[in-house]
Each structure stands twice: as structure tokens, then as C-alpha cells.
Design a protein around this ligand. Structure first.
Ligand code: GRF
Length: 187
């Protein structure tokens, strides 16, 4: 099958990137990761691009320069899907408009609840019994946009932010791949 070319933007550890790369190696997966862009020169996730021989670019520059250079690469390489995976820069409205409907993000809560940072701590402080993760289309508002997939995670009394993060992240890896398949109407 002809796969769609995708790019993943990262800033940190890149465990979602690793999971997407692994799934994309499946013959039936609708995308191929053709490029990884990190906005942090020391992002640990760059290791996975190297390990799996995927072209990567580090753009540790201002948002304006980042977007200009990234856009050039995305267009040159005919990227059809942009996956944000632990990408900690807020993209400008004009960048998002240029890739409208083609940018997806993963957020570690059941959106629309707990948008923004420090979700695990806030979820625990609120005494929630259930949390999870959400993959959604990126629009011009933070952690907003059409929801593609949600996965729920039960919170136990012994959970702390670190434990909860581990539980939620293991669901994130599944959610991201389900969401990508859904984007292309694959079951
Ligand atoms: C994930 O928990 C994701 O939900 C959030 O940032 C984290 C990234 O982790 N947006 P990783 O870099 O994929 O390991």
C-alpha cells in the first residue's frame, strides 16, 4: 500500500514517537514517519529517530524561525500528517491554518477536562477516580479541536503523579495509533 508521509514534532522523551514509529512499520499502517522535528536540541526522543534511521531536524530557535523552517521542510517533503507528541511549543494560528485538519496532538487527560500543563497533579488534587488521554485535531485554541480517540485510566488511592503518568502513557501509545488509523478510516 502507498503510505501517507507523516512528521512528528517532539520536545522531550519521545516515547509516543517511539510507539508511532513501531506501529508505522506495520505494512497495514496508513502512515510512514518521514521526518522528526525537535525544537529542543537535547530532547531524548531524537535518539529514536536515529535508532530507526528516520530523518530528523533540530530547530532550537524562536517560534517564528521554527515555523518558517519547519513549514518549508513539511512542504518540500510532501508531509500529509503532522503528529504532535510531547511538543511543548504553542503553534501560531497562521501555522495551524496552513495545515488545517492535518495536525493531531495527544494530551494526558480526558479532554475537555484538564487542558494545559501539570495534568496528573491537578487530576489527583481534584480527587478524580478516572482520567486518561485524548488524541485530537489541533485547532487555534490550546488542547481543543475535534476529539479523535479517548482512553480511560482508573485512578487508585496509591497513585501519585509519577505512577499515574506511567499508566496514562501506556494508554497513550495505543490511543495515538488508533487515532492515526481513524484519520485514514482504517479499522
Ligand atoms: C505525553 O504524556 C503527552 O500526553 C504530552 O506530553 C507527553 C510526551 O511524552 N503531550 P513523550 O515525549 O511522548 O514520552
Amino acid at each position: 500500500m502507498v503510505k501517507n508521509k507523516a512528521c512528528v514534532f517532539i520536545s522531550g522523551s519521545g516515547t509516543n514517537l517511539r510507539s508511532i514509529i513501531k506501529n508505522s512499520r506495520d505494512y497495514n499502517f496508513p502512515i510512514n514517519i518521514s521526518l522528526v522535528i525537535s525544537n529542543k536540541k537535547n530532547a531524548a526522543g531524537i535518539y529514536f529517530a536515529k535508532k530507526f534511521a528516520i530523518p530528523f531536524i533540530v530547530l532550537d530557535v524562536s517560534r517564528e524561525k521554527f515555523e518558517k523552517m519547519a513549514l518549508k521542510e513539511l512542504l518540500n517533503r510532501k508531509i500529509k500528517l503532522l503528529c504532535l507528541a510531547g511538543f511543548m511549543k504553542i503553534l501560531s494560528k497562521s501555522f495551524i491554518r496552513k495545515f488545517k485538519g492535518k495536525i493531531i496532538n495527544i494530551h494526558p487527560s480526558l479532554l475537555p477536562k484538564y487542558k494545559g500543563l501539570n495534568t496528573f497533579k491537578r487530576v489527583l488534587n481534584a480527587g478524580e477516580k478516572i482520567t486518561g488521554c485524548t488524541v485530537h485535531l489541533v485547532n487555534e485554541k490550546l488542547d481543543d479541536g475535534k476529539i479523535i480517540v479517548k482512553k480511560r485510566v482508573a485512578i487508585s488511592a496509591s497513585d501519585n503523579p509519577e505512577k499515574l503518568k506511567k499508566k496514562v502513557q501506556s494508554e497513550e501509545y495505543k490511543a495515538y495509533s488508533i487515532a492515526i488509523r481513524k484519520m485514514y478510516n482504517f479499522s
